[in-house]
Ligand binder design. Structure first.
Ligand SMILES: *Cc1c(COP(=O)(O)O)cnc(C)c1O
Length: 495
């Protein structure tokens, strides 16, 4: 059966999976959602015998039905190869009675590699399938990790260009260095004077500008998005929850049908939405524990049913979660509204106009699968130190937000279900925050000195992604004002 995707804001806009991947955002500004979530058709006990690539194929073929098996397998093989520094792609580590799903073994040592390794291949396959002749321009706003993962995925992929905007003062030094040293003739990186939401809003405005789209077409370009709103980002993320579940089955940690709780450090709500889709598709997931940092819009939303972005934006030690508008939440709102595009569109209109909306009691009841929690910067640091002192395992700041929230959840509910924490970044990516959390004596050391210290205390090897940037040349120096993003794009493309 062919899967149709439609806009969360207009039931009339319907496309195939490959078209949804090409377009990124629906033309009414909505997000593409499957009009029916498929159900896993083969038993999890069988998937427990498959490797990551085989599980990926079983999951993705259900959602991306207009790709042939050959096309999907080709994309999967290109994506999940030696770029990952472990053969299992996503190892599970049991530490302190919880399972860490290490999603950071790819090219840029953050979980966004999971989806961004495959997106360029899905996108070029989709372009071929739909007879797209124009060059695809990937336009991305990043709070740090998406940018580098997208750059690494798209660098020198024929038929594509990529332009990345990031908040100049809102990413870690290592994140910035990773981006501004990116090679590839088709890559551009721009720092903006503004925060991540400014960058994301700017990109959305450029996408929605119909005049610009026409001018682009004339020059042989078309936009697409690598942000986590793209269906080609969302679907590959469903895979690793199925993979985690089936590994735990194989190891005898879970019985068939037993429920697994997942804890996800959340920003744009893409990762946890993938876990929710996995649950809707039949994976036995219990609670979806949504962990926020001090920018706790989502925590407040799950507490009160009101989403209110009118508040100060707080820079934290988990910058990839410093977000006030979690774009992918719209897909959940649409679903709990009973797949009602009109109702969802009204709420999103209110968000745009007033920065706030409230859901009905009926909708709130449908959110019962979720538990919201948050951790402050201090709690995050304490969690890193305590876990290290107890076990020797070092986690990054984002993962630590999740661990902290997990402890609160367990204390509050007494729920002892088997639990997976999505470990979204390598501690090597946020070395300064991680090391100074462990001991203030590290304050005085330089960034790469800290890398070497981390290697010593954690008994892990410095990842290739870090070695690579130690001495790399800075090649991207462009900076612009937050309201000059469109002009900057036009200049880059010569429009
Ligand atoms: C992007 C990111 C997150 C947040 O993921 P979302 O899918 O946007 O909710 C969490 N941790 C890290 C390290 C990230 O890079």
């Amino acid at each position: 059966m062919e899967m149709i995707y439609q806009s969360t804001r207009n039931a009339g806009e319907q496309v195939t999976a490959s078209e949804a991947i090409l377009k990124g955002l629906a033309s009414d500004g909505g997000l593409f959602v499957p009009n029916e979530i498929p159900v896993f058709s083969i038993p999890f006990t069988r998937m427990a015998e498959m490797d990551y690539r085989e599980v990926a194929f079983e999951v993705m073929r259900l959602f991306l039905t207009d790709f042939t098996s050959e096309e999907l397998k080709h994309c999967i093989d290109k994506a999940y190869d030696q770029k990952f520094d472990v053969p299992e792609i996503v190892p599970l580590r049991e530490v302190d009675d919880v399972h860490y799903l290490e999603l950071f073994h790819g090219a840029t040592i953050a979980f966004k590699d999971m989806a961004l390794s495959i997106l360029p291949h899905l996108l070029t396959a989709a372009a071929k399938k739909n007879n797209v002749k124009e060059e695809i321009v990937i336009l991305t706003a990043t709070s740090g990790d998406t940018g580098k993962a997208a750059l690494a995925g798209f660098a020198d992929v024929p038929g594509t260009r990529i332009i990345v905007f990031y908040p100049k003062d809102g990413v870690s030094p290592i994140q910035e260095k990773q981006m501004v040293t990116q090679r590839g003739a088709n890559t551009t990186v721009v720092g903006i004077h503004g925060n991540f939401d400014d960058a994301q809003n700017g990109v959305k405005a450029i996408f929605n500008n119909k005049e610009l789209a026409a001018a682009m077409r004339e020059k042989g370009f078309r936009f697409s998005s690598a942000n986590s709103i793209n269906v080609g980002r969302l679907v590959p993320q469903i895979v690793y929850y199925v993979y985690a579940y089936t590994r735990l089955l194989a190891a005898g940690k879970l019985k068939e049908g037993e429920r697994l709780n997942v804890v996800v450090p959340t920003g744009n709500f893409g990762n946890i939405l993938a876990a929710y889709y996995a649950k809707c598709a039949g994976l036995p997931i219990g609670k979806l524990i949504c962990a926020s940092n001090d920018n706790k819009v989502l925590y407040d939303f799950f507490q009160s049913g009101t989403y209110d972005k009118n508040r100060d934006f707080i820079l934290t030690t988990s910058p990839s979660m410093d977000i006030l508008i979690s774009s992918n939440l719209e897909r959940l709102i649409y679903r709990v509204a009973g797949d009602d595009a009109k109702k969802n569109a009204q709420l999103m209109q209110a968000l745009l106009k007033d920065g706030v909306y409230s859901v009905t009691d009926e909708m709130r009841e449908r959110l019962a699968d979720f538990y919201g929690g948050f951790a402050t910067v201090k709690q995050t640091a304490d969690t890193i130190r305590e876990l290290y002192e107890k076990t020797g395992y070092v986690i990054d700041t984002h993962t630590a937000v999740a661990t902290s929230v997990y402890h609160k959840y367990k204390e509050e509910t007494g729920d002892n279900s088997v639990t997976v924490i999505a470990s979204t970044a390598s501690p090597y990516k946020f070395t300064r925050s991680v090391m100074t959390a462990i001991d203030s004596k590290y304050d005085a050391m330089g960034d790469f000195e800290l890398v070497d210290e981390l290697e010593k205390i954690s008994n892990t090897k410095v990842p290739h992604a870090i070695e690579e940037i130690r001495n790399a040349q800075i090649v991207h120096k462009l900076v612009c004002d937050k309201d000059r993003m469109q002009q900057t794009v036009e200049e880059i493309l010569g429009i």
